[in-house]
Each structure stands twice: as C-alpha cells, then as structure tokens.
Design a binder for this molecule. Structure first.
Ligand code: CP
Length: 303
C-alpha cells in the first residue's frame, strides 16, 4: 500500500507513467468510466477547499466510484476532540482511499501511519500540496510539451505557499530549470528550500519587481498572499496587493509565456488577463481532474 504525502514520493519515471496515464484519460475518458466501480473515496477536509476536494470527488465519480466525506472539521467529530489517527482508523472501515486536507503540517502523515487504506495529502498547512504539483506538472507538460529547460517565475507568497514548496521540490529534479523567485522581502522562499537549491547547484535568483523579469520567463506561476497563514492582519493588508498582474505587465511577457495559478485568485491577477491565451489557470483546473483520476487508479493498483 502506498500513500502520497509529497511529490517526491514518486520517482521521475513514476511521474512520467502517471502523466502518460492522465493524458490517456483525457483522450479516452470512456475507457476509464467503470475502473473504480464499487470503490469509495473519502474526502476528509479540515480546511476550506473548492478545487482540490471537488476535483477529487469528480475524479472518483468519473471513474465510476463513489464518494463520502466531510468538508469542514466543525461537522466532523474532530470538533468533539477526535484525533486524526482515530478518524483515519474509522475512515479505513468505510472507504478504499482517502484524500485529507488539514491546517496542521504533517497531519496527513500521521493519518497515513495509522491507516489501512492509501492516504493522499490534499494540502497540509504551509507545508506541501502534492496533488496541486501533479496538476501543475501535467499542465506544463501538456501545454509546453516538456518538463525541462525553461525559466519559471514564481511570484507572490513564497514563504507560506505550500503549492510553491511542492512545485520547487518537484521541478528541482528536471534538468535546465531556472527559477526566478519574485516576492516582497517578508515572503521570500524559506531558508531550507534556498539551501536545498544551493546544495543541488540549481540556478535561481530572487527579485522584488515582477516587471524586471517578466520578459525572460517561459512560465509565470502566480500565487495568492494567504490571509489564513498570517499572524497579524496588518502585515496581510500591507502585502496582499503587492503584485497585480495586468495587461501592461502581460505586454512585457514572451508571446508563449504561460501564466499558471493554483487558485483561488484574489487580486493578484486582474480579470482582464483571463482573456489572454497565455492565461491557462482555468485549463490547469481541468488537468487537475485527469491527474487525480490517474493518481487514484495508481494508488488503488487499478492502472
Ligand atoms: N488550489 C487549491 O488547493 O484550491 P482549493 O483550496 O480551492 O482546493
């Protein structure tokens, strides 16, 4: 039995197989429509979500399986003090696989260590968000045709952004990746990640102004400044609109520079950018369903 806690849990070769499967699912959805008949997915979300939870549920329904779960800790027995380890023992009696989101870093890992079914980390605090990374990688591979040799700008909340931490880790394994980290001083990438990049001799730079680097990017990954991770409202208010990608900034970008965003968006991408063919963040959501279908099949050994 296998869990997914971190994108690095899969080797590059395993990821290639997963993405090939996701691409086949996209082309031939009918082939997979009954693969999970009789199987149940539990979505245990202790923190709000629109995309990840509904994407997992859609994935399982598309595979012919069914879904149980809760979308709010307050409606689960966590509100009565039940531990994650007890909850997963119970969920293991009901479902075949579980996707868990939790505000505490490491909570899905605790669940996995007490589970008799595969557990997928659907986002844990500011730590990791591996299935968002699988979504991001599949989007890049599908739309750029490769996962190597590009310059990627990652902009916004690089300190608390779990999607950023997972993506940087995952992309670090591909050759010719040049990272440009764009953030205010207070939201720079964590020290451990910077050290890892140094240790692996990866190419990266850290800048504050998006305009200064826009023209050299093959991909721009925008992120939201996350109110829920800040310790005080004053800092959040000061930083929340630090970056706003608009038409003027898009005019500085390469003609084939793709704009990704894990979503939800607040103000960091102006809605006027949505019509630009380089803005692919809603396509990215669709790729999230294909890759989660492929992941469910893989972890249930039904691929
Ligand atoms: N990208 C993402 O995790 O979105 P949700 O918080 O809506 O699941």
């Amino acid at each position: 039995m296998r869990h997914l806690m971190n994108p690095m849990d899969f080797s590059v070769e395993e990821l290639d197989r997963l993405f090939d499967l996701a691409a086949d699912i996209e082309k031939n959805p009918e082939k997979y429509a009954h693969k999970c008949t009789g199987k149940k997915l539990a979505t245990c979300f202790y923190e709000p979500s629109t995309r990840t939870r509904l994407s997992f549920e859609t994935a399982m329904l598309n595979l012919g399986g069914s879904v149980i779960g809760f979308s709010d800790a307050g409606s689960s027995s966590a509100s009565k003090g039940e531990s994650v380890s007890d909850t997963i023992r119970v969920i293991s009696c009901f479902a075949d696989i579980c996707a868990m989101r939790h505000p505490k870093e490491g909570a899905p890992m605790v669940a996995a260590s007490h589970s008799t079914i595969p557990v997928i980390n659907a986002g844990d605090g500011g730590h990791q968000h591996p299935t968002q990374t699988l979504t991001d990688l599949l989007t890049i591979r599908s739309l750029k045709g490769r996962l190597d040799n590009f310059t990627i700008g990652i902009c916004g909340d690089l300190k608390f952004g779990r999607t950023v931490h997972s993506l940087v880790n995952a992309l670090s394994r591909y050759s010719g990746i040049r990272f440009v980290f764009i953030s205010p001083e207070e939201l720079r990438i964590p020290g451990y990640l910077r050290e890892k990049l140094w240790d692996n001799a990866l190419t990266f730079e850290e800048v504050i102004r998006l305009e200064d680097v826009m023209g050299k990017l093959d991909l721009l990954y925008m992120t939201r400044v996350q109110r829920e991770r800040f310790f005080n409202e004053e800092d959040y208010v000061r930083l929340k609109d630090f970056y706003i990608l608009n038409k003027d900034k898009m005019a500085l970008a390469k003609p084939d520079c793709l704009i990704l965003h894990p979503l939800p968006r607040v103000n960091e991408i102006s809605v006027e950018v949505d019509k630009d063919p380089r803005a692919v963040y809603f396509k990215q959501v669709q790729y999230g369903v294909y890759v989660r279908m492929a992941l469910i099949l893989t972890l249930l050994d039904l691929a």
